[in-house]
Write a protein that binds this ligand. Structure first.
Ligand code: CU
Length: 481
């Protein structure tokens, strides 16, 4: 590692690979396509109960650390009622099993690749040594395994793990390679937040299906791949039966490219308690939450004022038509609503811009050298080029400049950041916590501040999280020195 990009392209050209690998290449040969409709398939709305991904139990230990084993394999599953869909799944399901760990307790995740393609697994939001970060060319080849050691020495937060394979992250994630990784803060249970069955993860994704139920991927280079069917936890437009009480929802936008503007149809607010990287210091009430690909939000939704028989739709106000609905909460039972959301959650260290010793500017635009459609600072991604060398322990401000007409959700690996300003204005309270993915508006500019703690070396990548932009070279990398 790493291999040269041109060698990888040769590898692709020679490829015996199947499934989305070949599919993506074929689509590229046609110059990419538009997001298709789901053919003649009728997809019911609010007819499928919301599934919750199972939590994975450790199967043993490695050097005293709990070992979690995941096998990446193909499976045929029922997503659209009455049809079968071939997926690529962690343990054969999508989303994959949820891993729930505690801050300060390191674990080992053994990923075994039984898929017909190279893979690499990234823990999104994880602060991990570079050899366990799932670098795009740090492949697990078919038939092989890799142990990822995750220290979990970071704030309790909703993270996720997903495929990060060079040039093929989009099709691999589209086929199903994504799952949740929840780090709990020690003592979090004493906050009295809804837990157990009242703490529900929502992985929101969009997909296209052919009439036979198979996934359709067109590698839409410009807009990113957009689906006409909304899935939550792998089910189309599901419903969840709830009681008249508070629920904690850990929401991930796991879509390749779609932007969501979350709202509840009854106008009730979300009480936001966390961002990508952990708890906010204090809860924030919001009636709308913009969620770009890979962003997470931790919210409390209170159904205690609702009546049995009410239904509340989780909407996407950034869209129209069928995809403007996400799922429905059906209030089916009266339940005692115990406890309130604490007014103070956890202290959040504020990084002071005056403490930054360096500022770097990264311009996200079309047209890199070498004819790639997307670029950072005019250059396409090259796994052999280091684009920045921050010093271990130093604090830097990164200025993310968007010179294109569409938004880019920029994700930086390794550390958590705080937004300094967006187009010169301080972030709204709900965006003021720790984050690893930043919505950079069209023609806009976001400054973020972070401290390069703990891990020297690299390379760690940063990239647009519209996965088709990432796959088409809107990625760069840094090494901590
Ligand atoms: Cu982008």
């Amino acid at each position: 590692m790493p291999i040269r990009r041109r060698d990888f392209v040769k590898l692709l050209a020679a490829g015996a690979a199947l499934g989305p690998h070949a599919l993506a290449r074929a689509a590229r040969g046609m110059g990419g396509g538009g997001g298709g409709a789901s053919g003649a398939l009728t997809v019911p709305v609010f007819q499928v109960p919301l599934p919750v991904p199972p939590e994975l139990a450790p199967s043993g230990t490695v050097n005293g650390k709990p070992l979690y084993e995941i096998v990446q394999r193909e499976a045929d599953v029922e997503i659209i009622p009455g049809t079968t869909t071939r997926i690529w799944g962690y343990n054969g399901i999508t989303p994959g099993p949820t891993l729930r760990v505690r801050r300060g307790d390191p674990v080992v995740v053994r990923q075994t690749n039984l898929l017909p393609d190279n893979v690499t697994t990234h823990l999104h939001g994880g602060h991990v040594p570079p050899q366990y970060d799932g670098h795009p060319v740090d492949y697990i080849v078919p038939g092989a395994s890799k142990d990822y050691h995750y220290p979990n020495n970071q704030a309790g937060a909703t993270l996720w793990y997903h495929d990060h394979t060079m040039d093929l992250t989009g099709p691999h994630v589209w086929m199903g390679l994504a799952g949740l990784y929840i780090i709990e803060e020690p003592g979090e249970d004493t906050l009295g937040l809804p837990s157990g069955p009242y703490e529900v993860p929502l992985v929101i994704q969009d997909r296209n299906f052919a009439a036979d139920g198979s996934l359709v991927y067109t590698d839409n280079i410009m807009r990113g791949e957009l689906g006409s069917v909304i899935l939550v936890n792998g089910a189309p437009w599901p419903y969840l039966e709830v009681g008249t009480r508070k629920y904690r929802l850990r929401i991930l936008n796991g879509s390749n490219a779609r932007l969501y503007e979350l709202a509840l149809s009854n106008g009730a607010p979300f009480i936001q308690i966390g961002t990508d990287g952990g708890f906010l210091e204090q809860p924030v009430q919001r009636t709308r939450i913009r969620l770009a690909p890979a962003e997470r939000v931790d919210v409390i939704v209170d159904f205690s004022a609702a009546s049995v028989g009410d239904s509340v739709v989780l909407q996407n106000r950034a869209a129209t038509g069928a995809v403007s609905q996400i799922m429905r909460f059906d209030v089916t039972r009266a339940e005692a609503d115990i406890g309130s959301v604490p007014q103070f959650l956890y202290p959040v260290e504020r990084l002071d811009p005056a403490s930054a010793t360096n500022t770097r500017t990264f311009v996200f635009s079309m047209g890199g050298g070498g004819g790639t459609p997307w670029a950072i600072n005019g250059l396409p991604y090259d796994p052999n080029r280091i684009d920045a060398r921050p010093i271990l322990g130093s604090t830097e401000i990164w200025e993310l400049v968007n010179r294109s007409g569409m938004f880019h959700p920029v994700h930086i690996h390794d550390i958590m950041w705080q937004i300094v300003d967006v187009n010169g204005r301080p972030p709204a309270p709900g965006e003021a916590g720790w984050k690893d993915t930043f919505y950079v508006p069209p023609r806009g500019r976001v400054r973020v501040i972070g401290r390069f703690d703990d891990y020297r070396s690299g390379p760690y990548v940063f990239h647009c999280h519209i996965l088709e932009h990432e796959d088409h070279a809107m990625m760069a990398q840094f090494e901590v020195v």
